[in-house]
Design a binder for this molecule. Structure first.
Ligand SMILES: CC(C)(COP(=O)(O)OP(=O)(O)OC[C@H]1O[C@@H](n2cnc3c(N)ncnc32)[C@H](O)[C@@H]1OP(=O)(O)O)[C@@H](O)C(=O)NCCC(=O)NCCS
Length: 163
């Protein structure tokens, strides 16, 4: 089995995080939405624009050569520029993606746990996210303590309390 380690996300990770936004938008089997198309969407762009702002935190999984293979990160949104999983100001929203060849090897779960630790250390009480119906990632989120708080237009907003 391939090995990976986690490190904190840095300002120079912006392009890789954009790759992961594209992966997340193309989660469906056979989906091939082009990168420029995904990143032209204001909500998708909102997950990475201006990375890394002062309150932004993330974790990046790297292979044994230091190459990024997945990332999870969070940022704060305003009511006016809300993303899909917005619940309230002051509740950071996370997004996650893992390169296809690295999926189903524990990277995603490890990233979620690392990001929850980072959010807790930063003093946040909750984390929120949005997942489309049919994406198995919803099962992973549930097993990591996220619960559905709202369902709108084929998407669940899920929140985890960081005890
Ligand atoms: C969702 C995603 C981040 C999960 O990362 P991952 O590294 O594949 O996840 P893990 O290997 O940690 O697996 C977590 C659990 O999901 C299960 N799982 C993994 N791939 C699966 C699949 N294709 N179908 C069903 N379950 C799957 C694993 O068995 C594991 O469960 P277990 O710990 O009980 O064995 C990753 O698959 C991905 O990037 N998908 C495309 C982008 C996306 O959907 N992002 C989220 C948008 S909300």
């Amino acid at each position: 089995m391939s090995t990976f380690t986690l490190r904190p996300a840095a300002p120079s990770d912006g392009a890789f995080l954009a790759d992961m936004v594209v992966e997340a938008a193309n989660w469906r089997q056979g989906a091939t939405r082009p990168r420029p198309d995904v990143l032209a969407d204001p909500v998708s762009r909102g997950y990475i624009a201006g990375w890394q702002r002062p309150a932004d935190r993330g974790v990046v999984a790297v292979d044994d050569g230091g190459r990024p293979v997945g990332a999870a990160w969070y940022r704060l949104f305003s009511v006016e520029q809300r993303a899909h999983g917005f619940v309230a100001t002051g509740v950071p929203e996370l997004i996650i993606g893992v390169r296809p060849l690295w999926r189903a090897q524990g990277v995603g779960r490890s990233l979620l746990q690392g990001l929850a630790d980072a959010a807790r250390s930063a003093g946040f009480a909750r984390l929120t996210l949005s997942v489309e119906h049919g994406n198995f990632a919803g099962v992973l989120y549930r097993s990591e303590g996220f619960a559905v708080v709202e369902t709108v237009g084929g998407r669940d907003t899920m929140v985890r309390t960081l005890a």
